[in-house]
Design a protein around this ligand. Structure first.
Ligand code: SAH
Length: 354
């Protein structure tokens, strides 16, 4: 039993069934035993690998797309260049290297990372030691100036609630405890019409919501709508997600969601329809596209060829594999989706369409 499992068991014994959202928050960010507080999460030696950890091309192309949006909006200065949930800082390092040549971009930017974990902040500090970085706990304290923001695999770790359709309507899936082990159970019955968007779901189906994701999408769009800028959001998910998507990953393999508290990454699929719905009242939101198509539109094939020209042997093999992993439909190419947010009346970032 992990130390965090003991804490969660005693909370359930004292207060009763725990919502999945609270369980996720404790597992990921408990101040002492949380996953992002303790574990070496990302990369080949960690538990999971994100796109920027696979190849530098990912961050380079997205960085140039954000820089193009900055040029399209008349090179506002000063502006905030931000990442929410920056992990090891690899994505931001690649964005900064690629945008170094964009005249005025680095001179005008205030580099800002929104990160909840002190341990992750330390890694980011090392990766970005040559830059002047400001860390924030939340988006709500961003300075009132244009915001050019990237979010990759951030929304999938936002806490979700899960609801099961039953003959009586809806019941929230909760976490209970019995004989020292955690198990899933259902809470009390809710109004059958509780979820307009899920009204056609069949008995037994599961519907997930994330108020934290909605609040973040709204905050980003509000800021961009009011002060200018652009955001690119990429994640594992789909337009509408149906079913139980909560998953735990440890050492690059799926493990039981309830048996590894604080020692496995916990994520859920991102509903891009919900992100768009939250952002649309405040700014323009692009159509959703797949990661593969987005990277193709941004010229990954040409970039891959130009990098390959100076490679040979294992390095070349690894580079070809990485290109494939990022774009191929059987790998990350279609599983990962992307949307962009920009103010009404301005061009969307390169690679996105209305
Ligand atoms: N964007 C990175 C890493 C994604 S991993 C990449 O592409 O490689 C998720 C990151 O989000 C971690 O840095 C984690 O500590 C951070 N995080 C998780 N919950 C958060 C929250 N509520 N607020 C801010 N950061 C959070």
């Amino acid at each position: 039993m992990t130390p965090l499992t003991k804490i969660i068991l005693s909370q359930i014994e004292r207060f009763g069934l725990m919502p999945v959202s609270e369980y996720m928050t404790l597992c990921l960010l408990h101040p002492e035993h949380g996953y992002y507080i303790n574990r070496d999460a990302l990369g080949a030696k960690g538990d999971f690998t994100t796109a920027p950890e696979i190849s530098q091309m990912f961050g380079e192309l997205l960085g140039l797309s954000l820089a193009q949006a900055w040029l399209d909006q008349g090179q506002p200065a000063p502006f905030t260049l931000a990442e929410v949930g920056p992990g090891n800082g690899t994505l931001m390092v690649d964005i900064l290297r690629a945008t170094k040549g964009v005249s005025g971009f680095h001179q005008s930017m205030k580099l800002t990372l929104i990160e909840a974990s002190p341990a992750m902040r330390k890694r980011q500090k090392t990766a970005l030691k040559n830059y002047d970085v400001c860390w924030l706990d939340t988006l709500s304290t961003l300075p009132e100036q244009p915001l050019f923001l990237i979010a990759n695999e951030f929304f999938d770790c936002m806490p979700i609630k899960q609801f099961r359709r039953t003959v009586d309507g809806w019941q929230e899936q909760m976490i209970g405890a019995e004989n020292g082990t955690l198990h899933f159970g259902l809470g009390k019955a809710l109004d059958p019409d509780a979820f307009e968007k899920a009204k056609d779901m069949a008995v037994g189906d599961m519907f997930e919501t994330s108020s934290a994701s909605a609040a973040h999408a709204e905050a980003i769009a509000r800021h961009i709508g009011e002060f200018g800028g652009a955001a690119i959001i990429i994640d594992y998910g789909d337009w509408i997600c149906v079913g139980d998507s909560l998953q735990a990953v440890k050492d690059h393999a799926h493990v039981d969601v309830l048996s590894n508290c604080g020692q496995a990454d916990l994520t859920a699929h991102v509903s891009f329809r919900d992100l768009s719905t939250s952002a649309e009242p405040f700014a323009q939101v692009s159509s959703m596209t797949t990661q593969g198509i987005l990277l193709e539109r941004l010229g990954i094939t040409q970039r891959a060829q130009s990098l390959a020209a100076s490679m040979s042997g294992d390095a070349l093999e690894n580079h070809i594999t990485a290109h494939n992993r990022l774009t191929h439909p059987s790998q990350m190419g279609t599983l990962f989706k992307a949307i962009a947010i920009a103010p009404h009346g301005t061009p969307l970032p390169a690679g996105f369409t209305q």
